[in-house]
Design a protein around this ligand. Structure first.
Ligand code: HDE
Length: 750
């Protein structure tokens, strides 16, 4: 028998399927159902994974990695094969009848290669088509079993692997990263009780209240159907036509016209679950919850002029930023916080917690931190992982449940349904990135692209022939919260509080800093200027007139229009008054990572003070910043002191918007050489206009004058981010505080 086994084919990638380990189970051997693990107790629940062991993966290991080994393909030291494993001798030439003759129909190698290529593309996501993703883990701060039996929260230090995909919403798969848009923030937790997907956004509210309106919203926002323009932009008539006729959109518009919609990086965005969910503990008690992700990197955004230019300079700006941060070991991190409230509290709020156009102010329900998420591994293959990952709001685990938010209820249908056409059938859960770390056991069978080889004759339940397996998990399994319903009529309609649309829009606008308020007004001005139909502009002003007098006056002035009468309100009740919420300003979260990963351009030309440059470079690197030597051309520049320096990128290929700050070092005529290149002048002017730190040393100051950069702020005071012959510490401080908005004038003067 041993000889027989040795003679069997062996594939090292699939040891369990070939050779020794593949023996058929002895006939008649039935497996007894094991005692259902866990009787509601969380400690036994976390023991349940066969692949993860006791649920406490060793630090630094990610249990999603090992199960994927079966499908990982590494070509080192291997020859080419066809998809049937046949070695390929010649991958350059098709099979011809004579060197100048026709191609032979029998060339199965050519036909297989071309056929596969013809089918390489799959449909892109209908929304959130463009995205980037990474692997990592969630680590619980403690044992939160009082609140929820969801296993990721079962113990202090417990790690659950995650895969996170960030995205823009409106643009197509190849569109630009820095478009003005909401960003998706979708987290897949691979728990020992199955996958939990928290499919959120970087904005805590949404455009509409009812799933019924989603296709209309998306049609209005996407490129117009007759000429398919514009790409990845809401600045066109159909979006604003829809918006101006949908007053429930008021609050969301404040957010999407704010700097939130042009983040500096995926790493500097908050994330939100948006809807109200439920947490359920082992005793079956339920509390409402809102999920918040807060970046350790702080919340930071671009300015609009910069975002537009980045689209041309590097349309992969956010994708590259995330990739490089992880490759460089600067693992982005977020804290998960929960807003927890009871049914009774919810009833006392001036808004309905089932309304996704409303948030729960942090001042009303504080945020309880419960854990942190770290992204520490880039995907191996974009298509296999980032493109094929399938998120679904209906993927929840024991301890989590839905609320009746009508948007969430609609989403629960949509996500599963959409994968069937996008990923080609009902077995998309078997694609490695989507499959849970626990074994899937049920009697669902067959279908397109089935991977599992289900053993045995039993594919039904109840059964006795299979020993009753797989059996119901009972108390250890998922149970829905038994919410009590009063008997009401079956209706189409909204609860009364859904009719109030302006209180929180006003709260958001009025809680912003002066600079952020200006950016919101300017964004409305920009978008509505692109709108061609005057009636749409006017209706939008009428909507804004219900939000804030100052805002509507600014926007109307920008459009050269008068402020019209406000839109009639849908709710007869007065607009609720909220206390200001400073937490809604981006400036309230500067972050804790200082200058780490901040990109600094050092402009160099022949004659530059090489010693000074080397010192600056080393010093910035030491603190985790990313310095780059930017010059007129690639190649070497002669230094006035020390060895020549290698230019890392030219001014033409690495324009100012790719950097968070700039330094012009001292030198012998180097600033003069730079000043002859308009790219260098533009560089400084744009750094200035985008409110970024600028430091000039010694003769480098000549470039400031050439670029006509004002020495003081518009109000005559000192500009803290414009440093002349200052020490590196002052520069680092300016770099850590990102931008000096006090510089801004409208229109820009530089
Ligand atoms: Fe989505 N949404 N959505 N959405 N959504 C999709 O699912 C949908 C909504 C969000 O990185 C689709 O797999 C409906 C809110 C993210 O793969 C689709 C409604 C929020 C992602 C879909 C909403 C989101 C999607 C398209 C209203 C924030 C990307 C492809 C009822 C809480 C996930 C896909 C990823 C993707 C439907 C509203 C976030 C069509 C019907 C609210 C982050 O199923």
């Amino acid at each position: 028998e041993k000889d027989l086994a040795a003679a069997m084919p062996f594939n090292p990638n699939k040891p369990a399927e070939y050779g020794d380990a593949s023996g058929t189970p002895p006939e008649g051997d039935h497996h007894q159902p094991s005692t259902p693990a866990a009787t509601g107790s969380t400690s036994s629940e976390i023991m349940m994974s066969e692949k993860v062991g006791n649920g406490q993966p060793p630090v630094g290991q990610n249990p999603t990695v090992a199960p994927l080994d079966r499908v990982r393909v590494d070509p080192s030291d291997r020859h080419l094969t066809t998809n049937q494993g046949v070695p390929v001798a010649d991958n350059q030439h098709s099979l011809k009848i004579g060197l100048r003759g026709p191609t032979a129909m029998e060339d199965f190698i050519l036909r297989e290669k071309i056929t596969h290529f013809d089918h390489e593309r799959i449909p892109e996501r209908v929304v959130h088509a463009r995205g980037s993703a990474a692997h990592g883990y969630f680590e619980s701060y403690g044992d939160f079993s009082e609140l929820t039996r969801a296993v990721p929260f079962a113990a202090k230090g417990k790690r659950t692997p995650v895969f996170v995909r960030f995205s823009t919403v409106a643009g197509e798969r190849g569109s630009t990263d820095t478009a003005r848009d909401v960003r998706g923030f979708a987290v897949k937790f691979y728990t020992e009780q199955g996958n939990w997907d928290l499919v959120g956004n970087n904005i805590p509210v949404f455009f509409i209240q009812d799933a019924m309106k989603f296709p209309d919203l998306v049609h209005a926002a996407k490129p117009e159907p007759h000429h398919a323009m514009p790409q990845a932009a809401t600045a066109h008539d159909t979006f604003w036509d829809f918006a101006s006729l949908s007053p429930e959109i008021a609050h969301m518009l404040m957010w999407v016209m704010s700097d939130r919609a042009i983040p500096r990086s995926y790493r500097t965005m908050q994330g939100f679950g948006v809807h109200t969910f439920r947490l359920i503990n082992a005793q079956g008690e339920s509390r409402f919850v809102k999920f918040h992700w807060t970046p350790l990197q702080g919340t930071h955004s671009l300015v609009w002029d910069e975002a537009v230019r980045i689209s041309g300079a590097d349309s992969d700006f956010h994708r590259r930023d995330l990739w490089e941060a992880i490759e460089g070991g600067n693992f982005p991190e977020w804290e998960l916080g929960l807003q927890i409230f009871t049914e009774e509290q919810a009833a006392s709020f001036p808004f309905d917690i089932l309304d996704a156009t409303k948030l729960v102010p942090e001042e009303l329900v504080p945020i309880t931190p419960v854990g942190r998420m770290v992204l520490d591994r880039n995907p191996d293959n974009f298509f296999a992982e980032t493109e094929q990952v399938a998120f679904c709001t209906a993927h929840i685990v024991p301890g989590i449940d839905f609320s009746n938010d009508p948007l969430l209820q609609g989403r629960n249908h949509s996500y599963l349904d959409t994968q069937i056409s996008r990923l080609g059938g009902a077995n998309f859960h078997e694609i490695p990135i989507n499959s849970p770390i626990v074994q899937i056991q049920n009697n669902q069978r067959d279908g397109m692209h089935r991977q599992a080889i289900n053993r045995g004759r039993v594919n039904y339940e109840p059964n006795s022939l299979g020993g009753g397996c797989p059996f119901q998990a009972g108390k250890a399994g998922f149970t829905s919260f038994p919410e009590r319903f009063t008997t009401e009529d079956k209706v189409r309609g909204n609860p009364a509080l859904f009719a109030e649309h302006y209180g929180q829009a006003r709260l958001f606008y009025q809680s912003q800093s002066a600079a952020e308020q200006t950016h919101i007004a300017n964004a409305f001005r920009f978008e509505l200027t692109r709108v061609q139909t005057p009636a749409v502009r006017e209706r939008m002003l009428a909507l804004l007139a219900n939000v804030d007098d100052g805002l509507v006056a600014k926007v109307a002035e920008g459009l050269g229009m008068d402020v019209p009468a406000p839109l009639p309100m849908a709710s007869p009740d007065p607009v609720p008054v909220y206390d200001p919420s400073p937490a809604l300003s981006l400036l309230s979260r500067p972050g804790e990572t200082g200058i780490r990963t901040r990109r600094v351009a050092i402009l160099v030309a022949n004659g530059v003070d090489g010693k000074q440059v080397r010192k600056l470079y080393a010093d910035l690197l030491k603190d985790g910043a990313v310095p780059r030597l930017v010059g007129n051309m690639l190649g070497k520049v002669k230094a006035s002191a020390g060895d020549p320096l290698d230019v890392e990128i030219s001014l033409e290929a690495g324009p100012s918007v790719m950097y968070d700050a700039v330094i012009v070092p001292d030198g012998d005529k180097s600033a003069e050489l730079l000043a002859r290149n308009a790219h260098a002048i533009d560089f400084l002017r744009e750094q200035y206009r985008h409110c970024k730190p600028i430091m000039v040393l010694g003769s480098g100051a000549a470039l400031l004058a050439k670029a006509m950069i004002p020495a003081t702020l518009p109000d005559g005071s000192d500009d803290p981010a414009l440093l002349v012959d200052a020490g590196l510490d002052a520069f680092k401080q300016a770099l850590a505080s990102h931008r000096s908005f006090a510089r801004e004038t409208d229109p820009p003067m530089v």
